[in-house]
Ligand binder design. Sequence first.
Ligand code: ATP
Ligand code: MG
Length: 298
Amino acid sequence: MADGIPIEISGLTKRFGQVTAVDDLSFTVEPGRVTGFLGPNGAGKTTTLRALLGLVRPTAGTATFGGTRYRDLPRPLETVGAALDAAFHPGRTARDHLRVVASAGGIRSARVPDVLAQVGLSEFADRRVGGFSLGMRQRLALATTLLGDPRVLVLDEPINGLDPEGIKWIRGFLRSLAGEGRTVLVSSHLLSEVQQSVDEVVIISRGRLVKSGSLASLELEVSPRTVVDSPHRLRLAAALDQAGLDYTEGPEGMIVDEPDPGVVGHAAFVGGVELSSLHRLASGLEDSFLALVGEGEE
Ligand SMILES: Nc1ncnc2c1ncn2[C@@H]1O[C@H](COP(=O)(O)OP(=O)(O)OP(=O)(O)O)[C@@H](O)[C@H]1O
Ligand SMILES: [Mg+2]
């Protein structure tokens, strides 16, 4: 596998007349990870991706692949696979659609059956795309991005409209692509939709960066609590008091104001208390995301 290529967004601003769609946005997307590009409707996700792919001209700043603008890439389809507003000729079969794109991009047609198989569309290869379900179209869009065996994938809302089976499939698929050292950027307006698919998150709102980092760090930050229980709750309570930890009692045990279960486990150990459960409280992430992006204001 060749070296990975990061996506680098630096000071990117895009104005459409009076509307500032993207506002001094900077972030980096690393290879070998699946990165979720998140924000509510109108946050500027598609505009950022369009700037990255040279489809709109930035008002200021740059959006590059390891320092190279899309239009300066020597063999773009073999570097970047992008799916934005996928449109297909309804009368064409899936195979023909891929052949046309391959031929236009200077990619050998032997790749066509390969990518059809990769996305699980082989048996539908010779059906007209006009009769495809939304899930099948999403798979065909993904197959199209893979034609050049690119090291970077840029996918705008690829999970939107998929059924649970399709979502499960695409999660595994994105992970395997990142596992091969590729850079995978996936936009979504729902954190819950990509929560199980991504390693990293970049969250924007009204064109501005709200937060970027690992999903694990976001989970820690927004739900900084640990749930712990013991067959001897009174002794557990005493051990938590002894360690200076704040808690409330819930049906599943003590909910402790401490993000690291290790700290809570250590307090129990020091107090000599047997535990029946110990885990981080994971709920509330979507609520926290909505709070971060200011949903419900206006
Ligand atoms: N070509 C354009 N002309 C004028 N305004 C535009 C244009 N493209 C986008 N905008 C505006 O820029 C803002 C950001 O839009 P954008 O499509 O980038 O958001 P998004 O995050 O992709 O939203 P969604 O989740 O709905 O896809 C919106 O206010 C939108 O109306
Ligand atoms: Mg969009």
